[in-house]
Design a protein around this ligand. Structure first.
Ligand SMILES: *[C@@H]1O[C@H](CO)[C@@H](O)[C@H](O)[C@H]1NC(C)=O
Length: 364
């Protein structure tokens, strides 16, 4: 009896092992992907040999029940790599053969520095894709125009590449998207007006591109958005005041654009907004006197604008202000006494029209 059980288990193990091994078409697709790339230092692809792509192919994971490839995770920067003292470096391009892996849920080919060429347009035909992370390469061309077809996508990260063209209007159809990072590319054109449809999004980083047009007001409808960075673009128009009433927004970086108009009161009176950088725009008008004991700013950088009038007395009521920069504006009058002004340096107030009092040398 015991022997029978053992025999049965042996048979079962054999069966499972058989099911485990990779399907020949997935293996073919992986090998074409590999042949498009050269990784000279680590020997990452040395493990990509033999029939079973599901066991011991570095960075490849399969569904154990059917031997289809689920994940490709190849990171050029990791702690493990750093310990070996070697750095990830790969040349070549991303083969469209990837699109034959139609069970792919995760595609991470990140920080290889010199992978070039375009993002294969057929990537939008991968219906199960949840994570697409191609950060830190030299990809060119544009984002696929029908990227909105990837309705399961939760992470889209193509930061630190050389992508051109627009942010595709279809991006607003990525109804599962939580984390969007398009920063440090050369994307141009306007942000889609209806970007507020991305209801799941909690981080949106589109800084350091060449975007024009205005900040879509619909962004304020993204109730989960905690981190918005549109800095270093060519955005014009005023700051939508509704951005200041977003429930969980804590970081708002709009610096280095061409924004004009006044700073909305709501942005300075929202107790949850802790990091605000509006530096290097054309913002004018007076600084609203709306700070309270609920004000808590680790960073409030309003430097290099056209703000006029006095520094609001209510700033001394703030619970905390770490870094305050009001330099390079047209402010005038005496710098209030007490916290936070007693721990700030003169550089926070330099180059205004007629500010006076400590920490400036000019006596009132
Ligand atoms: C705010 O943005 C400006 C311009 O982009 C930058 O130079 C500055 O360092 C930022 N301020 C802080 C505190 O990060």
């Amino acid at each position: 009896m015991k022997l029978n059980v053992a025999y049965f288990l042996l048979l079962l193990t054999a069966t499972v092992t058989f099911v485990n091994s990779c399907t020949p078409s997935d293996r073919e697709a992986l090998l074409s992907f590999k042949s498009g790339l050269t990784e000279p230092y680590i020997g990452l692809f040395n493990s990509w040999t033999g029939n079973d792509c599901c066991s011991n192919w570095a960075g490849v994971t399969c569904d154990p029940t059917d031997g289809r490839v689920n994940d490709i995770i190849l990171r050029g920067e990791s702690e493990a790599l750093e310990k070996t003292g070697r750095s990830g470096y790969m040349t070549g391009s991303l083969s469209p053969s990837l699109c034959k892996l139609d069970r792919l849920t995760t595609l991470i080919v990140a920080d290889w520095k010199t992978i070039s060429g375009e993002i294969p347009a057929c990537i939008t035909t991968l219906p199960h894709l949840r994570i697409l992370d191609l950060i830190g390469n030299q990809l060119t061309g544009s984002l696929p125009s029908d990227i909105g077809k990837l309705t399961k996508l939760t992470v889209l990260n193509v930061a630190d590449n050389r992508l051109t063209g627009p942010v595709p209007p279809s991006i607003v159809d990525l109804s599962s998207l939580m984390h969007l990072d398009l920063s440090n590319n050369k994307l141009s054109g306007e942000l889609p007006k209806d970007i507020g449809k991305l209801k799941m999004m909690s981080r949106a980083l589109v800084n350091h591109n060449e975007l024009t047009g205005t900040i879509p007001e619909s962004i304020s409808e993204i109730y989960r958005l905690a981190d918005l960075d549109l800095s270093s673009n060519q955005l014009t128009g005023s700051i939508p005041s509704k951005l200041g009433s977003m429930p969980v927004l804590s970081t708002l970086n709009l610096d280095s654009n061409k924004l004009s108009g006044e700073i909305p009161v709501s942005i300075l009176s929202n107790g949850g907004l802790n990091i605000v950088n509006l530096s290097r725009n054309g913002l004018d008008g007076y600084l609203p006197d709306v700070f309270t004991a609920g004000s808590y700013f680790s960073v409030l950088d309003l430097s290099f604008n056209k703000l006029k009038g006095a520094i609001p007395k209510s700033l001394t009521a703030a619970r905390y202000i770490g870094h305050l920069d009001l330099s390079n504006n047209h402010l005038c009058g005496s710098i209030p006494l007490g916290f936070p002004f007693d721990h700030l340096e003169a550089s926070s107030f330099d180059n205004n029209d007629c500010l006076c009092g400590s920490p400036l040398m000019r006596i009132c």
